[in-house]
Ligand binder design. Structure first.
Ligand SMILES: *Cc1c(COP(=O)(O)O)cnc(C)c1O
Length: 227
């Protein structure tokens, strides 16, 4: 029953309008079912194939979030059901998601991944690149995707001030973008989601304005294998 208790504890920490994505990567169906039976319906995975298998095995009212780095050639496997894609970091990937969404006659919500960590990381866009994508004419043509916000990961460090300042910088940028896009004529941009915070730092993320947290090990325990 620890999964249910952990979910409860985290939900009590977060304000009502904060969305909790329970990150179930590497965890068996039985664990997800336990969270589901406790009333939780939003799960995150970082591998497309693993998410597809779990989608097929579990109730269809679950919302599946793809939180990992995307391999473009695998987008097609999840295009019919994925609820939100967190880690989008190029116009090329948005174009592929759009193409696959058209096949299923749906609009797929996406978050652009911002690079905020000081440590070297291959993933994510800097703020300038995000602005370029949001302004681009190419984006306007992608009618089957919708950019609904930003996602960021802080540095892997014990330094809480650093984590806090990284999240704060993304929150400030997010608000700035929201203001400048509020009268946007681009219909496929509607910024309302800021996905920041994992098991080790979600409290800091919440203090800095996150409204979507992605929590795995603090719900399900240590990962069953390295991803
Ligand atoms: C694994 C993962 C998480 C959850 O990590 P925990 O530390 O177990 O909470 C959150 N976001 C992303 C992008 C991940 O890959």
């Amino acid at each position: 029953m620890f999964i249910k208790d952990n979910l409860q504890t985290i939900k009590e920490t977060a304000a009502k309008d904060v969305i909790l994505v329970a990150v179930s990567k590497t965890k068996p169906i039985a664990d997800i079912k336990e969270a589901y039976d406790a009333g939780h319906k939003i799960f995150g995975e970082n591998k497309i194939q693993e998410m597809v298998q779990k989608y097929e095995a579990l109730p269809k009212d679950i919302e599946w979030h793809m939180i990992g780095h995307l391999q473009r050639n695998k987008v097609k496997y999840m295009a019919h059901f994925v609820s939100l894609i967190h880690g989008v970091d190029s116009l090329k990937t948005l174009t592929e998601i759009n193409k696959q969404a058209i096949k299923h006659n749906r609009v797929i919500p996406c978050l652009l991944q911002a690079r905020i960590a000081q440590e070297e990381t291959k993933f994510g866009l800097d703020f300038e690149e995000i602005e370029q994508i949001l302004r681009s004419d190419d984006l306007k043509a992608l009618e089957n995707i919708k950019i609904v916000g930003l996602m960021g990961m802080a540095s892997f460090t014990d330094d809480e001030d650093q984590i806090s300042s990284e999240y704060k910088s993304l929150k400030i940028f997010f608000e700035k973008l929201k203001n400048s896009n509020s009268d946007s004529k681009t219909l496929n941009i509607k910024l309302d989601t800021l996905s920041m915070g994992m098991s080790g730092d979600y409290k800091i993320a919440l203090l800095n304005g996150s409204n979507m947290i992605r929590v795995g090990s603090a719900i399900f325990g240590e990962r069953n294998y390295i991803t």
